[in-house]
Design a protein around this ligand. Structure first.
Ligand code: PLP
Length: 407
């Protein structure tokens, strides 16, 4: 099997067709229709000169799976097409790719500008690890674009965006912030995990590097971890070089599961988004609910930006329950069709408070500083029937309200 190549004939076709066919190859052993799992740490050569040329990248081929692997290469080609990128590099987790991209492009004395609302693990890199390396980190209020622009203008080597944010679902205006970053020559990195390439292609809005936790929607079944970066060949070569040395490469078995998952991405996401909107609308009507976050709601503070830069509003809804953590503890065990777990983007609906999911790495004080309330619950809406999900949430809220009244 040759190194996977981006099939240009697929550009312009619909996202469901792309999810299935992008990056796929023919000519598999035994006429297999599916990408084989090439479980080999190394690839053997009898011709030393050819081996050397492959090792130098002068001929296509594979040497050692920490550098590249045929199954992983198919996944990388698939994501390149979906994200309209020249190249992609896969990692063993979302945090693996985020930390590697940041460590590839940042070093002592550089300055990174980002927002307070990024995923908790990413926030830890900003608060704990990068300052230790001598990187100046500036985290702005996510909803204050003027503040972000002003900080970029004061000096910025890398602008890091996550939009929509986890779990508050705030939206950043990608084009506007890219324009500010380009004025000072900063590289722009965007986490596209929540939007997925079905809803948003940050590279087409001027972003340089897109990162994904493939653990979420891309794989879609909550059974594998992975991460992937997409961008130009030049940038991805640098990221690949870093991965070769830090060793956070993706396993071919995991790559196979992610490839299989992506084939149904567009289909899954369609159903999940439709249910998410219905659940957000329903939550708005509930007296036990203090506030609802969903970019598809007209009253969402960034609804118009979301409408401009996204093709859909996503499948995550979050809400603040009146009564804080005590009420959350009563509500969650009453749900019948949901896991209470620290994951998202799977076929099953998953509920989780920010305290035990996205911001488990943060202390109470840090969460308070980030504006993450203890009653904030994230719903990753699954592919179940919308009516069943609504009925389940309704019964759980009603039973919780009764218990709270009787306390
Ligand atoms: N980015 C976002 C938006 C996330 O929600 C997560 C995890 O929840 C990550 C990155 C990290 O991904 P992983 O858990 O695969 O390391």
């Amino acid at each position: 099997m040759e190194q996977a190549k981006v099939d240009k004939s697929l550009i312009g076709v619909g996202s469901a067709t792309l999810s299935v066919w992008a990056g796929e190859q023919s000519g598999h052993p035994y006429g297999a229709t599916q990408t084989p799992i090439v479980a080999s740490a190394a690839h053997a050569y009898s011709d030393i000169d050819q081996w050397y040329e492959v090792a130098l990248g002068q001929q296509p081929g594979f040497i050692y799976s920490r550098m590249s692997n045929p199954t992983v290469a198919v996944l990388e080609a698939k994501l390149s097409v979906l994200e309209q990128a020249e190249a992609a590099v896969a990692f063993s987790s979302g945090m693996g790719v985020i930390s590697s991209v940041l460590y590839t492009f940042l070093s002592h004395g550089k300055r990174v500008v980002s927002t307070k609302d990024s995923y908790g693990g990413t926030n830890k890199i900003f608060e704990e690890f990068l300052p230790r390396m001598g990187v100046d980190v500036c985290l702005c209020d996510t909803l204050d674009h003027q503040q972000i622009e002003a900080q970029i203008a004061q000096g910025c080597d890398l602008l890091y965006l996550e939009t929509p944010t986890n779990p508050s679902l705030k939206i950043l205006d990608i084009k506007r912030l890219v324009a500010a970053a380009k004025k000072v020559g900063a590289l722009v990195v965007a986490d596209n995990t929540f939007a997925t390439p079905i809803n948003q292609n940050p590279l087409s809005l001027g972003v340089d590097v897109v990162v994904h936790s493939a653990t979420k929607y891309l794989s879609g079944h909550g059974d594998v971890m992975g991460g992937i970066a997409c961008g130009s060949k030049v940038l991805m070569e640098q990221v690949r070089h870093y991965r070769e040395i830090n060793g956070a490469a993706l396993d071919p078995f995991a790559a196979y599961l992610i490839i299989r998952g992506i084939k149904t991405l567009a289909l899954r996401f369609r159903q999940q988004q439709a249910s998410a909107k219905a659940m957000a609308d329903f939550l708005l009507t509930q007296t036990l609910v203090e506030s609802v976050n969903y970019p598809g709601l007209e009253q969402h503070p960034n609804h118009l930006i979301a409408k401009q830069q996204m093709r859909g509003f996503g499948a995550i809804v979050s809400f603040v329950l009146k009564g804080g953590m005590d009420a959350v503890k009563l509500l969650l065990p009453k749900l019948k069709y949901a896991h209470c777990a620290g994951n998202l983007g799977a076929v099953e609906t998953i509920y989780g408070p920010a305290r035990t999911t996205s911001h488990v790495e943060n202390t109470l004080e840090e969460r308070q500083a980030l504006g993450i309330s203890e009653g904030l619950v994230r719903i990753s809406v699954g592919i179940e029937d919308t009516d069943d999900l609504l009925a389940d949430l309704k019964q759980a809220l009603a039973a919780t309200a009764t218990e709270l009244e009787n306390k």
